[in-house]
Design a protein around this ligand. Structure first.
Ligand code: DC
Length: 223
């Protein structure tokens, strides 16, 4: 049986930064599930699919073959054979991922891939439904969150550092909308699993969050 740490939470809570560091320190493979939904979203955008057309999303997603490889310790997402990592982190792709990911057929395909990955290696997997749906028997479940204003400020700083012109107010509005969509959708909504431990990162630096989660893992292992 492989060892699994599940980290769920809303956009901007710091899941990927923290999961990546935990993976390094605990010698686990980091599985970024948002990247898989983003790769599917990229495919839909390239195909000209309207994000509001659920029927078309349902049909088109069958044509996308998404596979994952690990190269130099990094997750690489292949979309129909093409390495698409460089195209996944845009606002446009994030928005399309948020509106297309509730589609049940699309989720079924991607969740199957995630389950296969977790069966074949010891992983730390982050997303929205990992503790509730993908890995209900995960060894450790964490629900990572932070206030919407803190999450918006983090995103704003990240974009400004890249030289992008943006407004803090618009970013927060977008984050609140995305939370709402992710938490109220019918299919696998974002929520804290009953047995997940809540970690609020609003006032915690990254290294403290990482230490706290590693301590939780050690305690659960009886170390
Ligand atoms: O974590 P992220 O921003 O890369 O995720 C992009 C979108 O994908 C997010 O709005 C919801 C969806 N997603 C999901 O439905 N389930 C997951 N396990 C991960 C992401």
């Amino acid at each position: 049986m492989s060892y699994c740490v599940a980290i769920d939470g809303p956009a901007g809570a710091g899941k990927s930064t923290i999961a990546r560091q935990i993976a390094k320190k605990m010698n686990l493979i980091y599985v970024d599930t948002g990247a898989m939904y983003r790769a599917m979203a990229l495919f839909l955008i390239r195909e000209g699919v309207d994000g509001a057309d659920q029927e078309e999303i349902c049909k088109k997603c069958e044509e996308a073959d998404i596979t994952i490889k690990y190269e130099n310790g990094e997750q690489v997402v292949y979309l129909n054979g093409e390495n698409v990592n460089a195209f996944l982190r845009t606002e446009e792709v994030g928005k399309m991922a948020s509106v297309s990911s509730p589609q049940p057929r699309l989720r079924k395909k991607i969740v199957a891939l995630q389950k296969r990955l977790a069966e074949s290696a010891d992983v730390v997997m982050d997303g929205r439904d990992i503790g509730t749906c993908v890995l209900p028997d995960a060894d450790v479940k964490i629900y990572l969150t932070a206030s919407s204003s803190v999450r918006a400020k983090r995103r704003f700083d990240e974009l400004t550092a890249k030289g992008e012109n943006c407004s803090l107010e618009d970013i927060e509005k977008d984050i609140v909308e995305r939370d709402n969509r992710d938490m109220t959708r019918k299919e696998s909504p974002l929520m804290q699993a009953e047995d997940a431990i809540l970690v609020d990162t609003s006032d915690m630096p990254v290294n403290e969050v990482v230490q706290k989660i590693i301590a939780i893992c050690m305690e659960k292992r009886g170390i």
